[in-house]
Design a protein. Structure first.
Length: 426
């Protein structure tokens, strides 16, 4: 379906929802689909079901509330089919600015007060920057410098949840969902993307994922990557190579290999002339620069035969004025890649940080108040669908225009409307 057509935003939105409706199943789901997506794009502080019902049907809020609740929390339409349709319709708009350059693996968290919502656990919450009660979802996005779009999205279900049958049953977690780490979910999503024939891109991950040798090894088998790492990862510095060539390394990575050193030690040993200032483009216009160095190294992967290790780029950032390097990356890019291109790809991962901020602030990704597995994923799918439409809309405006392209105005709420939990409703 071509979204680059004449007419206003509402006309294009109607065509977009019709495209989604073609894979949603029963015809009676088309109206709540339209209303739910509309509610996600209307102005408002909360994009949970109740306030969206009041905004989309002010004269019949209670009935609309029940309709939207059933559609998002109970109806058995396919998240995968809807996301595939979103890709089909939105990808041409993204590629107007250039081909897909990256696949970005990331996770996002949602702080929660209670303990009954599916997947809630005391774990690291990126949104708060500390351990807290929260849900965490792992995603894969396709991206270029103009936009990114999530194409796979799955809740991380902690092991305590997977072992609790009563708790699983209460939130409707499918029986086939077994415990998998976030790293395992990420690798599954990458493999799925390869099998699905998505436009190829360089895999980008932050250090929370890139530090894992098994994930990096799995990624190397599939495609190239540029991943953040922690400075303690062991490697052979330039000019050194493995001595013991007949057995895998042990878990400590040091079997008869005294010349293995940390990435930080490699960085600190580099001569002054190895460092240079590189400027990269982040976002649509801002130009940023910092000081970088890069060297070819072999990394000490646990339990792998040393002679099978291929050289990789170690990229290090050490901004002027800092006491030591601040960021490290490993990259399986060709040896011929330019310094500027390598830095540009490493920094492109931050594209997803801004897009997640907009997914949460603009379309309410974290506002779902239901507790079930199906509702959690249905809400996320519809948020991605709404965000995909906004990406397509942004492609129709000039680069100097506003980044946000909310196409609708909120209707007036009934005078007697009182959202649950408000002081006026008490």
């Amino acid at each position: 379906m071509n979204l680059d057509q004449s007419g206003d935003s509402e006309t294009r939105f109607a065509a977009y929802v019709a495209g989604l409706g073609s894979v949603i199943g029963h015809a009676d789901r088309t109206k709540p689909l339209h209303d739910y997506c509309t509610g996600l794009m209307l102005p408002g502080e909360r994009k949970s079901v109740e306030p969206m019902a009041a905004r989309t049907a002010p004269a019949r809020t209670a009935a609309q509330h029940q309709s939207l609740l059933h559609f998002v929390g109970v109806a058995t339409w396919s998240d995968e089919a809807v996301l595939a349709k979103v890709r089909e319709m939105v990808l041409p708009a993204i590629e107007k600015s250039g081909p897909i350059e990256a696949w970005i693996i990331d996770d996002t968290s949602f702080p929660k007060q209670g303990k009954h919502s599916v997947g809630v656990h005391h774990q690291y919450c990126g949104q708060l920057g500390k351990q807290a009660n929260c849900q965490v979802a792992v995603s894969l996005s396709i991206a270029n410098h103009a936009a990114s779009l999530p194409v796979a999205y799955r809740l991380y279900l902690p092991e305590t949840w997977t072992k609790d049958r009563a708790r699983r049953k209460k939130v409707g977690a499918p029986k086939e969902i077994k415990f998998k780490t976030k790293l395992q979910i990420a690798l599954e999503q990458i493999r799925w993307a390869c099998e699905s024939g998505l436009p190829r891109g360089v895999a980008l991950m932050d250090a929370a994922y890139g530090r894992d040798a098994r994930l990096r090894a799995g990624m190397t088998e599939l495609d190239v990557y540029v991943v953040g790492i922690v400075p303690t990862i062991l490697m052979w510095a330039p000019g050194h190579s493995p001595r013991r060539m007949d057995k895998p390394m042990n878990n400590a990575g040091r079997r008869d290999e005294p010349e293995l050193v940390s990435a930080k030690k490699v960085a600190l040993a580099l001569p002054k002339q190895a460092w240079c200032t590189v400027t990269w483009r982040e976002g649509s216009s801002d130009q940023l620069s910092s000081r970088f160095a890069r060297v070819r190294v072999r990394v000490g992967y646990n339990k792998l035969i040393p002679e099978k290790l291929s050289p990789e780029w170690l990229l290090i950032e050490w901004p002027e004025g800092e006491a030591e390097p601040t960021k490290y990356w490993l990259a399986t890019m060709p040896e011929t890649i330019s310094f500027e291109r390598l830095v540009d790809l490493a920094k492109l991962r931050w594209r997803i940080e801004r897009d997640y901020q907009e997914l949460k602030q603009e379309v309410g990704l974290g506002h779902y108040e239901g507790r079930g597995w199906r509702g959690f994923h249905h809400h996320a799918t519809l948020c991605i669908a709404a965000y995909g439409f906004l990406i397509a809309e942004q492609a129709t405006i000039s680069p100097s225009g506003p980044r946000s392209a909310m196409p609708f105005k909120a209707p007036r709420l009934p005078d007697d409307y009182r959202p649950r939990g408000s002081a006026l409703a008490a």
